[in-house]
Design a protein around this ligand. Structure first.
Ligand code: ATP
Length: 165
């Protein structure tokens, strides 16, 4: 992320995160209460690169984050190789997928975190997305692209013209 000098220091994570007020709600998966059919329907009806996993829709307590591509691979494997897997099967998200390195928990900031700090975190940790919480409840998501768009808005120029590595 370049163009630090153009960054408005008064912006907060809540100003940059999605969903916006007019957007559909955050697409989340629940830890152990969705069927395979429900998970597939959610994945197919959206184009997001990933989905936060929460304890339950009511609690919105964050437990993890799953990338769309990993989810599609797991579903494909389960459908092909696991016996008795049907659309009504329950999908359970665990921290340590078998035969995989343990996933790092998703990075979070609170809604009141200043955007200059958030941008610093993105840069230093090389994040592609970060989740936003309020009192421990999941509120939204900020992707690298959301930050770029926000910076471009501040600088009032084309987002594609900003260098980003
Ligand atoms: P693109 O796919 O165009 O490269 P991107 O790099 O921001 O965009 P995506 O994950 O596809 O990555 O997110 C697209 C937009 O949707 C972003 O504004 C992001 O904040 C938002 N978003 C990402 N994941 C979700 C989700 N699970 N539910 C709701 N909104 C999301």
């Amino acid at each position: 992320l370049e163009a630090k000098e153009e960054f408005e220091h008064s912006s907060l994570a809540v100003d940059v995160m999605r969903p916006r007020r007019s957007d559909p709600p955050l697409a989340v998966l629940t830890q152990d209460s969705m069927t395979l059919g429900e998970v597939e329907a959610l994945v197919e009806s959206t184009h997001y690169s990933g989905f936060p996993v929460v304890v339950s829709q009511e609690s919105q307590r964050l437990v993890g984050f799953v990338f769309r591509r990993d989810l599609l691979i797991s579903i494909d494997n389960a459908r092909k190789r696991q016996e008795g897997v049907v659309s009504a099967s329950l999908v359970v998200f665990t921290e340590h997928a078998p035969a995989q390195a343990p996933e790092a928990p998703p990075f979070t900031v609170t809604d009141h975190t200043a955007m200059d700090i958030t941008v610093d975190i993105f840069r230093k940790l090389g994040l592609r997305q970060c989740l936003v919480t309020h009192n421990g409840r999941l509120l939204g998501i900020i992707t690298k692209k959301d930050i770029l768009k926000h910076m471009a808005q501040i600088a009032n120029r084309d987002p594609d013209s900003i260098l980003f590595n």
